[in-house]
Ligand binder design. Sequence first.
Ligand code: NAP
Length: 288
Amino acid sequence: MKTVAMMGLGAMGSRMAERLLEAGYPLVVYNRTQSKANNLVEKGAMRAATPRQAAEQADIVFSMVTDDVASQAIWTHPETGGILGLNANKIVIESSTLTPSWIQQLQGKVQETEATFMDAPVAGSRPQAEQGILVFLVGGSEETVQEMTPILEVMGGAILPAGPTGSGSALKLAVNVLFGVQIAAFSEMLGLLERSGFARDIAIEMLGKTPVVSPALKGASGLIAADNFAPMFPIDLVEKDFRYAAQTAERLGTTAPVTEATRQAYQAAQEAGLGGLNIVGVAKLYQP
Ligand SMILES: NC(=O)c1ccc[n+]([C@@H]2O[C@H](COP(=O)([O-])OP(=O)(O)OC[C@H]3O[C@@H](n4cnc5c(N)ncnc54)[C@H](OP(=O)(O)O)[C@@H]3O)[C@@H](O)[C@H]2O)c1
């Protein structure tokens, strides 16, 4: 069995790593805050002190960190960066939600080492990571995607080949914007309905009976109805994805006014101290 490295053991990476261990893959783990690896090491994972060591010790190297800055830090640090541990026999799978522009730069750096690269961000949150039913949105050559499918299937219920490198990340930003726009608009209208005299649960129930509420929004509105704002996909990460989508639109010479406006709602939630809450926490902004 190939040795796999997971770099980034936050809410998502730790759960994905757990699945890999359970499937029997020899696993190397790296996290900036080393203590977060303890639990996995106790279960049999090997600890790497740096991303470079993780890449040196593994055949397939996953990364699952916050943003472009974190990805740059773990891959390109001049002494400890993961790039320094790569060679022609290795495969890099960047699963964080990042800008397509950084993904392209990272691909260039990986290719200089002759290693293979693909971006494979995920749709789904902590429960889906725990159950191994994430949806991987994959950018990479057909051959690499095929070769990596068995390992992605350990963590994912669906593997969607999106096209060449970077296309997984572009698709992922689109998915998150479409999700986040619905939740922000729903939250805003819920506040309006409550101020118009509707009880919150009745408004949610009635909207839910109409065809405009998508399956994803149905799930989210159920959390709002239950007053459940415990973090799964935190607002801080949602705002980052809207920022990245807006930046990508600008780089491609187009505008994204709905993305920009919705980003302001999530920024307002951050300013109100709600950044650590789940995405549906944006509803708190509009509650009477
Ligand atoms: N949560 C979700 O529902 C969800 C769903 C789909 C996709 N995603 C995406 O998946 C990625 C990870 O999300 P998450 O929820 O697992 O985030 P998280 O719990 O906040 O974990 C973030 C990870 O990134 C590391 N990190 C942050 N900045 C770093 C830096 N400068 N250098 C090195 N490591 C750094 C953290 O290390 P420390 O432990 O040392 O801080 C931690 O391991 C993000 O791109 C997110 O957008 C999240």
